[in-house]
Ligand binder design. Structure first.
Ligand code: ADP
Ligand code: TRP
Length: 326
């Protein structure tokens, strides 16, 4: 079984990325051949600063390795080191009806949020984004793709493209399945909406303690006082975050205290901060070690690219044969 996923180097990774995508991906490396990459081509559709892309790509590599991606088990590389995906993207583009792309929420949301004068940022790459993503997935004969819920529609487009190509040119691609964990499908941010870089409501996995504590202490709550009972404690987003990082019994106790009254939001956030900080303690140490050993990190990515490229070349060749190019 082959498992594949990618993550864009578009900013510091947050705990939504961690619980929604990275942790499932790391757990899955025990269950099959894991292929994970840094989607730097995709980041070009919305990030236009070369230095930032370079720095972010290194940060994602450090973050993912620190969190437990094991280069002895998983193949890990930078997307642009396997340029075969861009060739496959062209083959797939020619059989992708415009309608498949017109219906994608992610494109529609991004264009709807643009400020006046930013219309030029709506580039062709942003529209064609799901086709490149389909190529990423199909070029590795991937069976399972662990992602957060926001990527579900892109996976549906990938499946539709694979089926269409197979019907037209004969069985060529494996049709992949998404793996979306319900419990962490949408991790809430500090304002209670989906945690996302683009909403400015993130809690990063790594960084200096003070500003991270400040972020957690700034989680928005309603105006009920300490003594008031909070019968809806289960829906509180700090409680939902706590459940991801504290042992189940302790998270439940905190929820019960909040429900009963006499336990305020300040105490809740302090508790959340303690569990959050401890949860990533080991990863933080590992990240510091890796940051002092960047040669090792580039070696991992170079070896990963070589291994990934071997598979990609074969599948691209298969697709070119099927389409009558070879
Ligand atoms: P962002 O929304 O911050 O830009 P990305 O779109 O780069 O995040 O997401 C990278 C991966 O992390 C994807 O698989 C996505 O589904 C997952 N992910 C991002 N935010 C969340 C969240 N709040 N809850 C669950 N998964 C998430
Ligand atoms: N679009 C994904 C995201 O923003 C990143 C991505 C690119 C990806 N190619 C992929 C994820 C292939 C899974 C498989 O999160």
């Amino acid at each position: 079984m082959r498992i594949l996923s990618g993550i864009q180097p578009s900013g510091a990774l947050h705990i939504g990325n961690y619980f929604g995508m990275m942790r499932p991906a790391i757990e899955l490396q025990e269950r099959g051949e894991a292929y994970y990459f840094i989607a730097n081509y995709h980041s070009m559709t919305s990030l236009f600063d070369a230095e930032e892309r370079r720095n972010n790509s290194l940060d994602v590599a450090l973050d993912f390795l620190a969190c437990g991606l094991d280069p002895d088990r998983a193949v890990f590389w930078k997307q642009s080191d396997v340029p075969e995906v861009t060739e496959l993207t062209w083959l797939l583009s020619t059989i992708t009806p415009m309608g498949f792309l017109n219906r994608c929420h992610s494109y529609k949301d991004k264009t709807a949020k643009l400020a006046d004068g930013d219309e030029e940022k709506v580039n062709h790459g942003l529209f064609a984004y799901p086709v490149l993503m389909a190529a990423d997935i199909l070029i590795f004969d991937s069976n399972i793709v662990p992602v957060g819920r926001d990527q579900k529609q892109h996976l549906e487009v990938t499946r539709d493209i694979a089926i269409k190509f197979n019907n037209l040119y004969g069985e060529t691609f494996v049709v992949p399945e998404p793996e979306i964990r319900d419990s962490v499908a949408v991790v809430p941010g500090t304002d209670g909406n989906k945690m996302s870089k683009s909403y400015g409501n993130t809690i990063e996995i790594f960084g200096p303690q003070k500003p991270l504590k400040k972020k957690i202490m700034s989680i928005q709550m309603d105006s009920r006082g300490v003594d008031e009972a909070k019968p809806d404690a289960e829906e509180n987003h700090a409680i939902q975050l706590l459940k991801l990082m504290a042992p189940a019994t302790e998270a439940q106790e905190t929820e019960d205290k909040l429900r009963a009254g006499g336990f305020g939001y300040g105490d809740l956030k302090k508790t959340l901060f303690e569990y959050y900080w401890n949860y990533f303690e080991e990863a933080r140490k590992k990240r510091d070690e890796l940051a002092n050993n960047l040669d090792y990190v580039s070696e991992v990515l170079n070896k990963g690219a070589d291994r990934a490229r071997e598979v990609a070349t074969k599948v691209l060749d298969r697709a070119k044969n099927a389409a009558g190019l070879n």
